[in-house]
Design a protein around this ligand. Structure first.
Ligand code: SAM
Length: 329
């Protein structure tokens, strides 16, 4: 497969064939099923200063919040009643969530919902911390590698952050028995066909259980606030390519795609994606988790967004089962 050609061609037939092939492979592995994950944004405090991110440490004028254990458990209870069987706890790197605090929360979710998968997406931590969280009951961990090119990584992050450490975390998570997700933004400042090729090579070699990709969207108050957004079209093509090179991968239609195009998530499914992540966070904190401008679905209730997603998926011929949706590899 010539990736460069697939990413740059203006031949609509070649693009349609790409999507059809990815869709066929997804159907073969997972059937016409889309798995739903309940996203709970637990904190917008962050000690990091990633140059692209709207909740970076130096983001001006941002009201910071963190959810309590009880709020998080309430989100899970609501989600469970709505048919969610995976909860994704995501947040900035917030020192308030020490291992002790986080293990207590994970263990409480595990006890309350033994039939659910618990996914964490809390950034980089030490191997021992990952081990303790795993022992407390976490099953999966999402940590986008952001780019597989060390120079590009340095362009996107401040000096104190290290490409090697991020990659080390992914390897540690894998060794500790997590189902691991990596990923990157499409169209991030400084990204080239060469860096994308490295991302795809990394995915092919590492074979993560999940890959999260979505367009880069500028965030006000960040050094990249004037940079152009990544393209929906390129994201869709990359989703299809990832499905083809790694058929069993769990591949979300991310909300960044939904933000950039009204039917972005449906188009992602047509290009081989098979996961959607409606927001289960309390309504009053959603707008504050502003990692990029105009983030989607800041207002609707959990039930409303779950029903909306189910209806949208049904309309394009997909079932949304009440299922953990584990990796099928
Ligand atoms: N702190 C955790 C971490 O580093 O993995 C999780 C939260 S972080 C906000 C989740 C993801 O949001 C990042 O991995 C990044 O790819 C994405 N993100 C951040 N800023 C973005 C932007 N401006 N546009 C699109 N995606 C963005």
């Amino acid at each position: 497969m010539n990736i460069r050609r697939l990413l740059t061609t203006s031949d609509p037939n070649a693009v349609e064939e790409l999507y059809a092939e990815a869709s066929r492979i997804r159907d073969e592995v997972y059937g016409r099923r889309v798995f739903m994950r309940g996203l709970i944004e637990i904190s917008n405090h962050c000690k990091n200063n990633c140059l692209y991110c709207g909740i970076r440490r130096d983001a001006p004028r941002l009201t910071r919040y963190r959810l309590t254990k009880e709020q998080i458990l309430e989100c899970c209870r609501t989600g469970h009643a709505l048919g969610f069987r995976t909860f994704v706890l995501q947040g900035g790197e917030d020192g308030w969530f020490t291992d002790e605090v986080m293990c207590d929360i994970v263990a409480a979710i595990r006890k309350a919902h033994p039939d659910c998968a618990i996914t964490l997406s809390l950034g980089e931590r030490g191997r021992d911390s990952f081990r303790r969280l795993r022992e407390a009951g976490a099953d999966r961990y999402l940590l986008r590698h952001e780019t597989a090119d060390a120079d590009h990584y340095a362009h996107l992050h401040p000096k104190e952050m290290s490409f090697e450490h991020r990659m080390q975390c992914l390897h540690d998570l894998r060794e500790l028995g997590y189902q691991v997700g990596c990923g990157f933004m499409v169209g991030s400042p400084g990204q080239t066909l060469d860096t994308l090729q490295k991302d795809l090579d990394f995915i092919r070699d590492f074979r993560p259980e999940m890959v999260g990709i979505g367009p880069f969207i500028p965030a006000s108050g960040t050094p990249f606030e004037e940079s152009p957004a990544g393209s929906v079209e390129a994201t869709l093509r990359l989703l299809a390519i990832i499905r083809i090179i790694h058929p069993h991968v769990l591949l979300p239609a991310t909300s960044a795609l939904g933000t950039m195009h009204p039917t972005g998530r449906e188009r992602a499914i047509a290009a081989g994606a098979n996961v959607v992540m409606p927001n289960l966070s309390p309504q009053d904190t959603r707008a504050l988790y502003s990692i990029y401008n105009n983030k989607l679905a800041t207002g609707s209730e959990a039930a409303e967004s779950a029903n909306d997603i189910r209806a949208r998926m049904k309309a394009i011929g997909f079932e949304v089962p009440t299922d953990r949706g584990d990796f099928a590899g």
